[in-house]
Design a protein around this ligand. Structure first.
Ligand SMILES: [Mg+2]
Length: 278
């Protein structure tokens, strides 16, 4: 596996913003997501990780259990509005885009070609360029980003929500101005700030963490990420605008585990019948 430098550098950002790895929503897999509810809430597009989210790592086909949810997602958001961003297919390692083409064939949605790995800012810019160039452009805050790794997928989603240098500078200038102004003016400004930051139905990119894995991979890293998340959730408070109201509406119960088993048995019987016939 190649070295993911942007991912390795994430711990440094944790010192400044530890909540950069905190997902808005955690589900076992995408079957728990209610795509109709997400669309109704104003989300117009989705970015999916591939390995251990939609497919078994380094395989091209969708995990059979996810077929129905995937179909629903693609239908709800519409053609072109669902994008796969992987650090394997479509990345600089995917020579000639062969993997990306295979994934596009199996999953029926575009795969982003990107020169820099998730969660880098250049990769985020490439995603923005893609959604901005659609016939009906989609803004960052109208995107749902779904993936199984906190240090890549969730950090990338939260970076889309974080402020750029321009906004940081503007905030700094505003703070300096407030210090210089009289107390009365400060109170007035504060009341205005409160009304400006009123939370809308879909104020930010939605970071969705899929906690289940289809094949055990990088389990030590996953364990470390999970433990770190627990500590951060225990010791830090959500930032302004981080909490999205009625988020429970976006999830539903996972199908009973007996269903895939029954279907598996049926498939085995059908396969045996076919073998006998041939
Ligand atoms: Mg993955």
């Amino acid at each position: 596996m190649p070295l993911n430098v942007p991912g390795i550098l994430v711990p440094f950002q944790l010192f400044i913003n530890p909540r950069i790895i905190v997902p808005a929503l955690s589900v076992k897999d995408i079957r728990q997501l209610n795509f109709h509810a997400l669309k109704k809430a104003g989300y117009k597009g989705a970015v999916f990780d591939k390995d251990n989210c939609l497919t078994v790592p380094y395989k091209d086909a969708l995990v059979p259990e996810l077929e129905s949810s995937w179909k629903e997602c693609c239908e709800v958001f519409g053609e072109g509005n669902v994008l796969i961003v992987s650090n394997s297919a479509g990345s600089f390692q995917d020579a000639g885009g062969i993997q990306a083409e295979a994934i596009n064939h199996h999953l029926g949605v575009p795969v982003l070609f990107h020169a820099s790995m998730k969660p880098s800012y250049p990769c985020i810019d490439t995603i923005r360029t893609y959604f901005g160039s659609l016939r009906h452009p989609i803004k960052d805050r109208e995107l749902v980003i779904i993936g199984d790794r906190l240090f890549t997928d969730i950090v990338m989603a939260n970076r889309m929500n974080s402020k750029g240098w321009t906004e940081y500078t503007r905030d700094l200038m505003r703070s300096v101005r407030q210090v210089l102004l009289s107390k009365g003016s400060e109170e007035k400004d504060a009341s205005h700030a409160g009304s400006d930051t009123k939370v809308s139905a879909h104020p930010r990119t939605l970071a969705v963490w899929t906690t289940g894995v289809w094949k055990r991979e990088a389990m030590v890293m996953r364990f470390g990420e999970r433990k770190l998340l627990e500590v951060i959730q225990k010791w830090t408070k959500p930032r302004e605008g981080e909490v999205i109201g009625d988020i429970g509406l976006f999830t539903r119960e996972l199908p009973s585990p007996s269903q895939p088993t029954q279907r598996g048995l049926l498939q085995q019987l059908t396969a045996r019948l076919h073998l006998k016939r041939s």
